[in-house]
Design a protein around this ligand. Structure first.
Ligand code: MN
Length: 250
């Protein structure tokens, strides 16, 4: 990753570079951990964000029990293990976004749990139930960029569904904004809890500013859909809150 990309990703604006809000701040990942073991919350500063809606709010697309376990057990576990992994770690004290950009591939605990925390925090935001008709479809710059990059919203939805269906094993599907060409959006997928911010891990073609993440781990759908990942994807993609996605764009 070149310096300009790093600056944009981390929001550390220098002269002539416009500060862009960190995605991790926008999705409520919590404050960066303190590098000192004392203070009001020693050893664990990243926190589980509130879901922001009822567990049953997305039924029948996603059932209440799945939401309860996914948020309260799976995501909570990533947060707990991330905080544990950062105790005494040289990257303790880094903001989550720069931490993700600098994880070494063999630093498994940080890679899996840092990614797990970020990815799920994003997931809850972009599937939050739409409160108006306007939220249910893209508008303004997002709509323009989707049409320019994919041809139409339907084409984007098909691309997301195909990427989700063809991801082998556990992983995520992403709508990503090109950091150097903000009008350019693309779809990519990553394995396990990797994500497009992990520039030391994922290939350059998958790197950028994530705007939308779709969880294709079995724990996201198995209670209701069993092996029918395609049905889960179709239902989930129709639940996306596009105004929430729009708020994450640079
Ligand atoms: Mn998950």
């Amino acid at each position: 990753m070149d310096k300009r990309t790093f600056i944009k990703l981390t929001g550390l604006a220098g002269a002539g570079v416009v500060a862009v809000p960190l995605v991790s701040s926008l999705i409520g990942c919590g404050t960066s951990p303190s590098s000192t073991p004392t203070g009001p919350n020693p050893g664990g500063v990243f926190s589980l964000p509130e879901l922001g809606f009822d567990h049953a709010a997305l039924e029948p697309a996603i059932d209440s029990q799945t939401m309860k376990v996914h948020h309260g057990k799976h995501h909570a576990g990533y947060v707990r293990k991330l905080n544990a992994a950062l105790e005494g770690h040289p990257m303790a004290g880094s903001a989550l976004e720069s931490l993700l950009a600098n994880i070494q591939p063999n630093d498994t605990a940080l890679r899996n749990n840092g990614g797990g925390h970020f990815n799920h925090a994003m997931f809850w935001k972009v599937i939050a139930p739409a409160t108006s008709e306007r939220d249910a479809s893209p508008n303004g710059p997002l709509e323009r960029r989707i049409n320019a990059s994919f041809g139409s919203l339907e084409a984007l939805k098909n691309t997301l569904a195909q990427a989700g269906a063809s991801q082998f094993g556990s992983g995520w599907v992403w709508l990503v904004q090109d950091v150097n060409q903000p009008d350019q959006l693309f779809v990519t997928s990553t394995a396990n809890q990797d994500n497009p911010l992990m520039s030391g891990i994922v290939p350059p073609a998958a790197q950028g500013r994530p705007l939308l993440g779709i969880d294709v781990w079995e724990h996201a759908y198995y209670l209701n859909y069993q092996n029918r990942r395609t049905d889960y994807l179709a239902a989930l993609i129709d639940q996306i809150n596009w105004s929430a996605v729009s708020l994450l764009m640079a």
